[in-house]
Ligand binder design. Structure first.
Ligand SMILES: [Zn+2]
Length: 368
């Protein structure tokens, strides 16, 4: 259970105590309860007693109900994949991938965000996965990364501000080379200034930084240290690692989750997540992570299975997974039981999955 959940549960129980105390119930000492209840004391929590045993029993039942309801893990719903959804809707599969829409059709980016909010997402992620110099350099636009990140952040902010409910914006800090290619992670002295510039650009518009699809320890340290530098102590910094497709294989680099966590000890990371991998790998990763941290844990899997050597723009084809919405929900349920408090989707997981998740009883608890 997260600290936030515990605090909320405590608040609910305190509120219940105040309610009952003001409605003819009094606190009783152990001795008074012993004397008054006699043989019936097993039926009543010793904290409450009124002259009427019936009232005390009813109070107990209501308290247990409130406790069960509010002690359940809350679930924050993260949005689904952005890049694939933009491609599917625009029919544009080449160019600069998700950054292309910022140039051609910013309104489409806004529409995808809005559809996720309408589907019940509590957290939307900025469309900044491809607004990085290396990717934009494919079209000679490497110097436009700040400008495009700014456009993406403003779009997300507008959607969140116009949402009928509270929606948080996670500013995406992605891999600066190819996704999954831990062997192509830029040198630290190259990566950190870029991450800092991206974070500074996003900072005015976002509620937290999300260093996502981190494939190795060094990549996550570069992104998280830069994010924390910009965030200071006021803004949360989350990190999300991509795991080897084979469950139990650690990060894509082969480094362990424990090693990755340990390397970030100095940066006060606020939440740990896994994304952009198979749900089976995430299940194993979650079991490992819950043994290592009390911080909130999140998960947003791929629908696809990704073959060895795949990159965003090579010829290798991802393998379509048969994961249905029902299977996704059953993974989500298992993760929640294991202690995961934030769930969404990555590549191939669209608004229909997010809607099903937010409509399920999994997320039936109060939101932040
Ligand atoms: Zn993905």
């Amino acid at each position: 259970m997260t600290t936030n959940t515990m605090l909320r549960s405590l608040r609910c129980l305190v509120a219940a105590l105040v309610l009952f105390r003001s409605s003819n119930l009094v606190f009783a000492t152990d001795l008074e309860v012993e004397e008054a209840l006699g043989e019936n004391r097993v039926l009543v929590p010793y904290a409450f007693y009124n002259k009427s045993l019936d009232t005390a029993v009813v109070a107990s039942i209501v308290l247990v109900f409130i406790g069960v309801t509010y002690l359940k893990n809350e679930l924050l719903v993260i949005d689904g994949g952005m890049g694939g959804e933009l491609q599917r809707r625009s029919g544009h599969t080449g160019g600069l991938w998700s950054a292309q829409a910022l140039l051609d059709d910013p309104e489409l980016v806004s529409k995808v965000h809005t559809d996720y909010v309408t589907s019940g997402a509590d957290i939307i992620i900025t469309n900044t996965y491809a607004t990085i110099p290396s990717y934009l350099s494919k079209c000679g636009m490497q110097n436009k990364y700040v400008e495009l990140a700014d456009v993406a952040a403003k779009i997300a902010r507008k959607v969140a501000d116009e949402a009928p409910n509270k929606v948080l914006i996670a500013g995406s800090l992605p891999p600066l080379g190819e996704s999954y290619r831990w062997d192509l992670v830029p040198a630290n002295e190259t990566a950190q200034p870029i991450y800092q510039t991206l974070a500074q650009t996003l900072h005015p518009y976002v509620d937290l930084f999300l260093c996502e699809t981190m494939s190795c320890v060094r990549e996550s340290v570069n992104a998280v240290s830069a994010a924390r530098h910009v965030a200071g102590s006021d803004m949360p910094v989350w990190v999300s690692w991509t795991l080897a497709e084979e469950p139990g294989g650690g990060l894509r680099s082969g480094e362990t989750v424990a090693e990755a966590l340990g390397a970030l000890a100095d940066y006060d990371v606020d939440a740990y997540l896994f994304n952009c991998t198979t749900p089976e790998a995430i299940t194993t990763g979650v079991a490992e992570l819950t043994e290592l941290t009390d911080k909130p844990i999140g998960a947003y899997p791929n629908l696809f299975h990704v073959p060895e050597g795949w990159t965003l723009d090579n010829d290798l084809q991802v393998e379509r997974s048969e994961m249905s919405v029902e299977t996704f929900l059953s993974f989500a349920s298992a993760w929640q039981k294991a202690g995961v408090s934030m769930i969404g989707g990555c590549c191939g997981i669209g608004p229909e999955f997010i809607h099903a998740l937010s409509s399920s009883k999994l997320s039936g608890c109060p939101k932040v």
